[in-house]
Design a protein around this ligand. Structure first.
Ligand code: PLP
Length: 459
């Protein structure tokens, strides 16, 4: 028998008990490990075992060696980056997916992978108010989703690029606040970073549409082809919202593809009161939201939607004989719409998570995070030693003390204590502390405790 059933049951029960205790109280760990680069590597054997080892022993070493080097993203006082929380349906579905280990490279290889992904993405699309002509697929990360958007844009403006490679300059536009994944996409698509235009943002960190128009006009007049505009809803530093209506209108004049990067804030599209942030999306060509950020789905799960799947297909389809399928028109073969062939059963976890929470619970959680951010922002505003460094449209707050050195020292002191984990950024040349709320376990008491720790750390 290839599997040891009794051993599996024992180890699974032990792991399940550990996971239950962990998810019940992730706050009992130090958020940020007290470890130095190389510590874990030095602690573990330099060579793998000759003979297989018992699951119990491996688990014991996980607890003793690996766990102390883990940063606890599930911790209720994790306010760094954008949150990414483990959840019960996420854990169960990842376990089932690992057990099935089914590889959905095309429909025949695993119909459930192809079709469940479509079902879950369809539900999410409807909840976000995206129109029915958006076709979805799940990638690992928003960086990969945005790469596919830029590849589709390349195909859109130059259908010969697939055969010939890039033979004429094509330009890509995003704001000076856009995520670095846009730069990487431009590099990977072979367009050249010299053809990426980072458009100036306004005082509220939103792309300035008139600056976009001028840049596109200049490129077109000088013989370059405006290819793609990446608009962000919820920028990484301040969660600013680029003006989609004006951006899509300008891009439309030049025939450029518009991709919306809503990796974090796309979740807020589940809230009707945020319709303003997405107005204009109906004229975009593609859209990315990461359920692994603010929708409590285990990493990795990035939902990529496009209203022009045929363009992606044109860019990527290559079908050798061994990958031929039934040819039925209802068959979805996701290998045709991107770089990867093998496909994890990511649709299973999204389906599990969407069903477990349901729209109403998601709305309740998102609204509670937004309310906590507003409360935190008002605490900042009420203390004359501090100022807000940016508007707070969602659940992320940037703030500073009056002197940069003090703000730097504050972030360092708060993180060094190990009870909270916050981040920093630079906004128009000025350093700011940043607190992003979005963790399933976070309650308003955690945010107030953070504020007390911040006040205590101010020198
Ligand atoms: N886009 C935005 C706006 C982000 O904030 C981030 C990461 O935080 C990304 C893209 C990249 O996300 P990923 O890590 O899924 O590639």
């Amino acid at each position: 028998m290839p599997h040891d059933s009794a051993g599996f049951r024992r180890a699974a029960e032990e792991a399940a008990a550990w996971i239950e205790a962990y998810l019940r109280d992730p706050g009992r760990y130090r958020i940020y490990p007290d470890t130095r680069p190389g510590d874990l590597i030095d602690r573990l054997p330099a060579e793998g075992p000759l003979e297989g080892e018992a699951l119990e022993k491996i688990f014991a070493d996980f607890e003793a060696d690996v766990l102390p080097a883990v940063t606890h993203w599930n911790h209720p006082r994790f306010f760094n980056y954008f949150a990414c929380t483990g959840s019960v349906p996420g854990v169960i579905s990842e376990m089932l997916s690992a057990a099935l280990n089914t590889n959905g490279l095309n429909w025949v290889a695993s119909p459930a992978v192809a079709e469940l992904e479509q079902v879950a993405l369809g539900w999410l699309r409807q909840w976000m108010g995206l129109s029915g002509d958006y076709f979805g697929q799940i990638f690992d990360t928003a960086s990969t989703s945005t790469l596919h958007a830029v590849m589709a844009a390349r195909e859109w403006v130059d259908p010969d690029a697939r055969l010939n490679g890039v033979s004429k300059p094509m330009t890509v536009y995003c704001s000076d606040q856009a995520h670095s994944s846009v730069d990487k996409a431009v590099v990977a698509a072979g367009l050249g970073l010299r053809h990426l235009r980072r458009i100036e943002s306004d005082a509220a960190f939103r792309m300035r549409p008139e600056a976009l128009r001028e840049a596109m006009e200049r490129d077109a007049a000088e013989g370059r082809t405006p290819c793609c505009v990446v608009a962000t809803v919820g920028t990484t530093s301040t969660t600013a919202v680029d003006p989609l209506d004006e951006i899509t209108a300008t891009a439309g004049r030049f025939g450029a593809w518009v991709h919306i990067d809503a990796a974090y804030a796309g979740a807020a599209a589940l809230l009707p009161e945020y319709a303003w942030a997405f107005a204009g999306q109906e004229r975009a060509h593609s859209f990315v939201v990461n359920p692994h950020k603010w929708l409590f789905t285990p990493i990795d799960c990035s939902a990529f939607y496009t209203r022009h799947p045929e363009v992606l297909r044109r860019a990527f389809t290559i079908t050798p004989e061994y990958l031929r399928t039934t040819g039925d028109p209802r068959e979805v073969n996701l290998m045709d719409y991107g770089v990867a062939l093998g496909r994890r059963f990511r649709g299973l976890k999204l389906w599990y998570v969407l069903r477990y929470f349901g729209l109403l619970r998601f709305q309740e959680l998102l609204r509670s995070h937004i309310a906590m951010a507003r409360e935190f922002a008002s605490l900042v505003e009420a203390d004359p030693r501090f100022e807000l460094a940016a508007p707070v449209p969602f659940s992320t707050v940037c703030f500073r003390l009056h002197h940069e050195a003090q703000t730097r020292a504050l972030v360092a002191a708060v993180n060094a204590a190990g009870r909270n984990f916050i981040s920093q950024t630079v906004l128009k040349g000025r350093y700011a502390a940043r607190v992003a709320i979005g963790n399933l376990a976070t309650e308003s008491g955690d945010v107030r405790a953070l504020w007390r720790d911040i006040q205590a750390a101010v020198k």
